[in-house]
Design a binder for this molecule. Structure first.
Ligand SMILES: Cc1cc2nc3c(=O)[nH]c(=O)nc-3n(C[C@H](O)[C@H](O)[C@H](O)COP(=O)(O)OP(=O)(O)OC[C@H]3O[C@@H](n4cnc5c(N)ncnc54)[C@H](O)[C@@H]3O)c2cc1C
Length: 192
């Protein structure tokens, strides 16, 4: 399989990046360990997360805010204080001529909106249940991952061929998780 840009991890950041980087001349592949169509509903996935106003602007620009907004609750007032301590800070959206300071949305709802948008794009391919294992660079970049836990022979099942035009420009990481995978979460490999 050839691609111009591979993103390891289909969380909010990975899927948003895939949507933002769409271009008719660019093939994007997201490699995600989990199943985004059937995300686990318990554990940390059951959390709600707050979206800052700047994140909302990004989703508006991507044309997916209306879907997310229907699942989100606006933050109109923020009260910051610590019990037993002096001082209180209060923020009110109206003071800044804003409809909301941000929004709260369930993590699974946000993920579903992002996944639906990415899955609907002809420019984005999502490899699910595909666990990234190794990155190497010789004539071209090769990404090894294990798809649905398939046997050892599949570990090297996806490699760019030596004749592929793909060349890495940069390798970047962006992640909320402090794991050894983190530093390699994002791979930008493009000939553009
Ligand atoms: C309790 C809690 C509350 C939070 N509240 C907020 C909040 O209010 N606002 C906020 O902005 N943030 C909040 N966060 C942080 C929030 O989770 C992150 O901002 C957000 O999830 C980061 O997105 P991400 O895509 O970088 O990482 P993640 O959401 O961690 O996604 C990483 C993805 O990579 C995949 N992956 C991992 N390893 C591999 C591999 N080897 N191969 C392929 N795929 C892999 C995972 O399956 C996952 O889908 C909170 C976090 C927690 C735990």
């Amino acid at each position: 399989m050839n691609t111009d840009l591979a993103i390891i991890g289909g969380g909010p950041v990975g899927l948003s990046a895939a949507l933002a980087l769409q271009h008719p001349a660019r093939r994007i592949t997201v490699i995600e360990a989990g199943n985004l169509e059937r995300p686990e509903s318990g554990g940390l996935n059951a959390r709600s997360i707050a979206l800052a106003a700047s994140s909302v602007q990004i989703f508006r620009a991507l044309g997916i805010w209306s879907q997310i907004e229907s699942e989100a609750a606006p933050i109109r007032h923020i009260h910051v204080s610590a019990r037993g301590r002096w001082g209180i800070t209060r923020l009110d959206a109206a003071d800044y001529d804003l409809e909301a300071l941000g929004y709260v949305v369930e993590s699974t709802a946000l993920g579903r909106c992002l996944f639906d948008a990415a899955a609907a794009s002809p420019l984005v391919e999502i490899e699910q249940e595909a666990e990234f294992e190794n990155l190497s660079q010789r004539d071209s970049v090769a990404i090894d991952y294990r798809k649905q836990g398939e046997p050892a022979s599949c570990r090297h099942g996806w490699r760019w061929s030596p004749t592929a035009r793909v060349r890495p420009r940069a390798v970047r990481s962006a992640s909320a998780l402090a794991s050894s995978i983190t530093a390699r979460r994002w791979l930008f490999a493009t000939s553009k």
